[in-house]
Ligand binder design. Sequence first.
Ligand code: ZN
Length: 287
Amino acid sequence: MLVSAKEMLQQAAAAQYAVAQININNLEWTKAVLTTAQEQSSPVILGVTGGAAKYMGSFATVTAMVKEMLKALGTTVPVALHLDHGSYEQCQACVEAGFSSIMFDGSHYPFAENVAKTREMIDLAHRNGLSIEAEVGAIGGEEDGIVGSGDIADPEECRQIAALGVDFLAAGIGNIHGSYPANWPGLDFDVLAQIRAVTGGIPLVLHGGTGIPTEMINKAIGLGVAKINVNTECQLAFAAATRRYIEEGRDQQGKGFDPRNLLAPGYQAIKDTVKDKFALFGSIGKA
Ligand SMILES: [Zn+2]
């Protein structure tokens, strides 16, 4: 059964670890994440962007696949199905489709409009038993067509959005989607501490978890980050393993062309990446 992400993140924040949000793209991704979470006794959040849902069919297609797979795999660890960077319309569609959590990303609106729309989405989510994440200050880089400039969030804006009753908050502190450039200045921990001080202890969310050094992850968790999003890293691991399989000519040996064989190394690579993230974030054994 899918659960809201609220309780799992409150527990994580209290015990100073973070729950991974791993974005899914297809059946193999979903199965790799769910089996690894179960094996490692870790809670997990499955992230779905609007683009990924469209690719898989619809939000309802994703819900049906995930719910049936939880049953088929006998999953007992807490799993949330979460809309990543949702628009106003996508949030409504995910409530309809049976998601257990949504992110309303109003960070590109003028602040007053972000406040008004976030307030409305909080009401919608809570009326239907879903948890909700909001965002202040754009996150840099590009993810599924969403391009952010990498602003540093204004702590006063974070205070106002948190006060609306949002369950967890994403705030840009120099983090970016995709891989980090060599000249990246790092996370702004002063701003993170200021945000922490004025947001009433709600769990904070770090987007763009691919390639942030271990010390920065640990420091961020110590300052209230309880959810870290990982997307690109699984894609890179999947692609590298699949490339190796084909370059070694294994698809041309025996039944190597069978998709269940062809996709197996990529599947394993996702599992290894997810396990590494659980270990890094401290969530192993916390389910
Ligand atoms: Zn993001």
